[in-house]
Design a protein around this ligand. Structure first.
Ligand code: NCD
Ligand code: ZN
Ligand code: ZN
Length: 355
């Protein structure tokens, strides 16, 4: 039997929305990166759908300046694809971001590319060696795969949730397309049945799916390259309003749910490390973080409780769920930065990846 306390690489969560700047009433870079450490995450890559979307070099620079004194874990940014910037993603941008994010469905925020020519322009003009991520649901997944068959390039598919989607991606990989994909804990551990109970707190894009879809994700776990949180905090008040925004927080619960699945024999700890550290490092061209690791207690069993969360929004769709596994300590670049619920370093310790 494995030791109770194990050391594994810190998680690299390449899909978070930390809301800073513009919507800091939901989360800010300090609370969001603190929640990351509590979840065993040492690096986050932040999405560009800020209130003022990150679609120009100027906005990117503003964001960088605004958040750098707040970060307690390492971080990087994505650039946002718009209908206007498909030809001239300024060259200065390229070395300062981890990749380009293109929204092909409407979701939280204004970022959305619907024009087919603009989609093609982004696919051809963004450098082939740099990650290009798509938020694509259902037929938009098929559309991108068809475009890639004509003109292959690396593309990473965010939050795959449907049986048909994972099956199509599996086929496309077998066909030889250089694509990768991710799944989220909410799509792996919750179904539309849970949404009935959670109400607006289970509203998310893509939506929670049937148990058949969830089973298909688990059955095709070898097709899934990475697991990310899609940490998308909104306040309780906003969720209870007449038009609840889509999204659920998750950066501090991903690993707990995965360790619980390990304790149930659904996957191995080695596979968790691949999905949350080795593969994201490779896919997103990051430097391996040999000096960053976490210590977890893989036996402790307890309930996820809203009151113990560090996210500013103060709730989780997994509240009340029993998990097996706790993050005890986090080491970032050799330094102990988190221990038993406490962030031990000052804001600003987190470093930006690229530029
Ligand atoms: C995300 C958000 O709130 O920024 N919401 C969501 O439902 N996942 C946006 C997104 O990832 O689509
Ligand atoms: Zn999305
Ligand atoms: Zn997202």
């Amino acid at each position: 039997m494995r030791e109770r306390f194990v050391r594994i690489p810190g998680l690299i969560d390449t899909h978070v929305h930390l809301r800073d700047p513009g919507e800091t009433h939901k989360e800010d870079f300090y609370t969001g990166t603190s929640a990351a450490l509590a979840g065993g995450v040492v690096t986050v890559i932040d999405m560009p759908n800020n209130k003022e979307p990150i679609t120009t070099f100027r906005r990117l620079e503003e964001k960088k300046e605004l958040v750098k004194q707040k970060a307690v874990c390492d971080y990087g940014f994505y650039f946002g694809a718009s209908e206007e910037n498909s030809r001239h993603a300024e060259i200065e941008v390229l070395n300062r971001v981890v990749g380009l994010k293109m929204y092909l469905n409407l979701t939280h925020g204004a970022l959305f590319v619907s024009n087919l020519d603009k989609i093609k322009e982004h696919l051809s003009s963004w450098p082939k060696n740099k990650p290009l991520l798509v938020h694509a649901e259902g037929e938009k997944v098929s559309m991108v795969l068809n475009l890639l068959k004509l003109s292959p390039r690396r593309v990473h598919f965010c939050h795959i949730s449907l049986k048909e989607e994972i099956e199509q991606i599996k086929k496309a990989k077998e066909y030889g397309l250089p694509i990768t994909c991710e799944a989220t804990p909410h799509h792996l551990f919750l179904t539309e049945e849970d949404e009935r109970v959670l109400g607006p707190f289970g509203k998310i894009h893509p939506p929670l799916r049937t148990s058949e879809d969830v089973d298909a994700l688990w059955r095709n776990l070898d097709v899934i390259d990475i697991i990310v949180s899609d940490h998308a905090p909104h306040t309780k008040g906003e969720k209870l309003s007449s038009l609840p925004p889509p999204g659920v927080p998750g950066v501090e619960t991903t690993l707990l749910l995965l360790l619980t699945a390990v304790s149930q024999g659904k996957l191995t700890l080695e596979r968790v490390v691949e999905l949350t550290s080795t593969n994201p490092t490779r896919i997103f061209n990051l430097k391996p973080a040999y000096e960053s690791w976490i210590e977890v207690d893989i036996r402790e069993s307890y309930l996820i409780e809203n009151q113990n969360l560090k996210t500013k929004c103060g709730w989780s769709p997994f509240e009340g769920k029993r998990v097996t596994g706790r993050v005890r300590r986090v080491f970032l670049r050799g330094q102990k930065v988190y221990e038993d619920g406490n962030v031990l370093i000052k804001p600003g310790f987190g470093r930006k990846i690229y530029g």
